[in-house]
Design a protein around this ligand. Structure first.
Ligand code: GUN
Length: 284
C-alpha cells in the first residue's frame, strides 16, 4: 500500500495563516514587519526564489524592500548595502539570496548581517546559538522540515535519520534540530562509502543532492516503511524534480514529500515566520 504524501502546500498554508495574524497584531502595535531582499546578478533561479519570497510576504502583510545589484558589484559595495540595511530602523529582516557571484564572499557577506535581522539563521552568532538550543532565528529549510514532522506527528526520538546534504543552509543546521528531538543523526555526502547501505538502515532519509544526472534516491535504497523528505530541486527534461521519483518512492515509504509541493513552500513560510520573530523582538 502506498504511503502518505507529506503536503508542504497544506502545512505552509497553516504557518502562513498564523503569520498573517501575527503581522496584523504587530501592525496594530505600530510595527510594520519588513523584509529587505538582496539579489545579486542575474541567476534566473535566484530571481524566481526572491520573487516568490516577496510575493509571499505581500500576501501575509509583510512589507519588502527590494535590492537588485549587478553581477559586477564589489564586496565593498555589497558590505555597504548590508551596513545600510542593518542601520535602517524600518527593516527587521535581511535576506541576501545565495549563491553570490565569485568575487563576493558569502561568509563575509552573511556574517555582516546583524544577528537580530538574520532571518536565514546564517550568522556565526545564530549558528552558535542553534547548537545550544537558544536560537530565535534558525535556518528556514531545516525549520520547515521540522514543522512537517510536527504537523504529521512523526516521532523522531531514537530514530536513525540520514541526511544526504552537508550545506550551511540545510544539512548542518538540521543536525542540531534533530538532535534536540533525540534522533540519531548521520550525515552522508559525496564521499560517503556504501550510501545505499547507509540509507537502507535509516528510519528517515532526508535527501538534498539536487543533481539527478548524478544521484537518484531509489526505492531499492530505502527500507520498507521508511520516511523520505526530498529537499532537492533540480531540472530533469525541463521539469522541476527532487532526488526521488515521488510516485515510485511513495509505494515503499510510509511518508514522503514530493517536489514540487513539499519542502519548498515550507522554506518560504519559515522565512515569513522568522521575519515576524525579528520584527517582534524589535518591539521593546
Ligand atoms: N539559496 C537557496 N536557498 C536559500 C535560502 O534559504 N536562503 C538564501 N539566502 N539563499 C538561498
Amino acid at each position: 500500500m502506498a504511503g502518505t504524501k507529506i503536503d508542504g502546500l497544506v502545512v505552509s498554508a497553516s504557518v502562513r495563516e498564523q503569520v498573517k495574524k501575527d503581522a496584523k497584531d504587530l501592525k496594530s502595535n505600530g510595527i510594520e514587519p519588513c523584509l529587505a531582499t538582496v539579489l545579486v546578478g542575474d541567476n534566473p533561479a535566484s530571481a524566481t526564489y526572491v520573487k516568490n519570497k516577496q510575493k509571499a510576504c505581500a500576501e501575509v502583510g509583510i512589507r519588502t524592500k527590494d535590492h537588485k545589484l549587478p553581477s559586477t558589484i564589489t564586496q565593498a559595495e555589497l558590505n555597504s548595502l548590508v551596513d545600510t540595511l542593518n542601520k535602517d530602523p524600518e527593516v527587521h529582516g535581511i535576506l541576501v539570496q545565495l549563491p553570490l557571484p565569485p568575487q563576493c564572499n558569502e561568509f563575509e557577506t552573511t556574517s555582516r548581517i546583524l544577528p537580530a535581522k538574520d532571518v536565514d539563521g546564517l550568522t556565526p552568532q545564530n549558528v552558535g546559538l542553534l547548537t545550544m538550543k537558544k536560537a530565535a532565528l534558525k535556518a528556514c529549510t531545516p525549520s520547515g522540515i521540522m514543522e512537517l514532522f510536527r504537523y504529521y506527528s512523526i516521532p523522531l526520538e531514537g530514530k536513525n535519520i540520514v541526511i544526504i546534504n552537508r550545506s550551511n543552509l540545510v544539512g548542518k543546521p538540521l543536525i542540531h534540530l534533530l538532535l534536540e528531538k533525540n534522533a540519531t543523526v548521520t550525515i552522508a555526502h559525496s564521499k560517503t562509502k556504501n550510501l545505499a547501505d547507509v540509507c537502507k538502515n535509516a528510519d528517515i532519509v532526508i535527501t538534498g543532492v539536487g543533481d539527478r544526472t548524478k544521484f537518484t534516491l531509489t526505492p531499492e535504497m530505502i527500507k520498507d516503511g521508511a520516511i523520505v523528505i526530498d529537499v532537492a530541486t533540480s531540472r530533469l527534461d525541463g521539469k522541476l524534480v527532487g532526488d526521488c521519483d515521488f510516485e515510485k518512492i511513495i509505494q515503499k515509504a510510509s511518508f514522503a514529500s514530493p517536489v514540487p509541493g513539499g519542502v519548498g513552500p515550507m522554506t518560504i513560510a519559515m522565512l515569513l515566520k522568522n521575519t515576524i520573530t525579528a520584527a517582534g523582538h524589535g518591539r521593546n
